[in-house]
Design a protein around this ligand. Structure first.
Ligand code: FMN
Length: 344
């Protein structure tokens, strides 16, 4: 899509309520219509993490394609990988609408969706039917009304292992009451042990919230290493509220986008220190440019992901970020992304 057309498309989408706009973008991605000029990246950005070969380190974060409807179209935008989900065992409708709010003056979004999704079966069937390669991960969650949430995760891991490049256990959503309690103590150890036992040979990632105290960070890092987790995704949206200037800033839910960048970058450094580099880290939160993505890599991330950047930057953003990252690596004399990880 040309720049002008891309901007027009975004203008039209922004005239609609966020969920309608999102549905249209998924339909466009599914249709196979090219939404931007094809992305090309060279071997410089290719990287191997947790035994997976990524063509580049920029991923689409979970929540955009909750039901595995358009991973191929999303990969064609230039992402090196796409994480579908969060999927829960049973379909669920999530919280009442409205539940997504754009904060355009802040480049941010607040959402309290509550894991609305079509359930395991639909996503599983789509992934099984899928043709074409690419790195596609599945983000696993628990139903709101489940009597045994850890069993929901275990089931998700078992069902999707083998049909996905990696599994991401998501215990970080602020929109399912009590879910984040699984990030601590015996519940965390039990969850990780059962997920690890169910995964077969599929790499297992853990996605955590950015709203953590230092002792909690150490506890999660230790538990993840002990359980043989392959990577930590740092992290989800925040329930904190840095200064915001848009309408809707007082809405409850998780904040994402530009105002999350400082906190997310700090948590990345915290988890890097807590793990001592023993676990690959996936940086998420407020990434909307090649410079920001590259800064997270230099701060210790092996991979990066974004969601809200796509809302404001449009379909051309992933390919642009990949180009910018490559130029920055060339400037700094890095031939491989692995050399830039944690370079400071
Ligand atoms: C509308 C919306 C829905 C989301 N849904 C999920 C989800 O289902 N599972 C999940 O792990 N993260 C979800 N996220 C969080 C993102 O994956 C990401 O961690 C967070 O938005 C921070 O990245 P960003 O600032 O680039 O958006 C969602 C975010 C948004 C904005």
């Amino acid at each position: 899509m040309s720049g002008a057309f891309d901007r027009l498309g975004r203008h039209l989408l922004f005239a609609l309520d966020p969920e309608t706009a999102h549905g249209l973008s998924i339909a466009a991605l599914k249709s196979g219509v090219p939404l931007c000029s094809a992305a090309r990246s060279t071997g410089r950005l290719a990287t191997r993490i947790a035994g997976i070969d990524f063509p580049n380190p920029l991923g689409l974060a979970a929540g955009y394609d909750k039901n595995a409807e358009a991973p191929g179209g999303l990969l064609r935008l230039g992402f090196g990988f796409v994480e579908i989900g969060t999927v829960t065992p049973l379909p669920q409708s999530g919280n009442p609408r409205p539940r997504i709010f754009r904060l355009p003056r802040d480049g941010a979004v607040i959402n309290r969706l509550g894991f609305n999704n079509e359930g395991h079966e639909k996503a599983l069937a789509r992934l099984r039917r899928r043709r074409g390669g690419g790195v596609v991960g599945v983000n696993i969650g628990a139903n709101k009304d489940s009597a045994d949430r850890i069993a929901d995760y275990e089931l998700g891991v078992r069902r999707f292992a083998g049909v996905t490049s990696y599994l991401a256990v998501n215990i970080s959503s602020p929109n399912t009451p009590g879910l984040r309690d699984l990030q601590h103590g015996p519940a965390l150890a039990d969850l990780l042990a059962r997920a690890a036992a169910a995964r077969g040979t599929t790499p297992l990632f853990l996605k955590v919230a950015p709203d953590q105290e230092p002792t909690q960070i150490d506890e999660i890092a230790r538990a993840a290493i002990d359980a043989g987790i392959d990577a930590l995704i740092v992290g989800n949206t925040t329930v904190s509220r840095p200064p915001l200037s848009s309408a809707y800033s007082a809405e409850s839910g998780g904040l994402s986008g530009a105002p999350l960048a400082t906190l997310a970058a700090q948590r990345l450094r915290d988890f890097r220190a807590a793990t001592g580099g023993a676990l690959p880290l996936v940086a998420v939160g407020g990434i909307d440019s090649g410079a920001e993505a590259y800064a997270r890599i230099r701060a210790g991330a092996s991979l990066v992901q974004l969601y809200t950047g796509l809302v404001y930057g449009g379909a051309a953003l992933p390919a642009r970020i990949v180009r910018e990252m490559e130029a920055l690596m060339r400037r700094d004399g890095f031939a491989q992304i692995a050399e830039a990880i944690g370079a400071g």
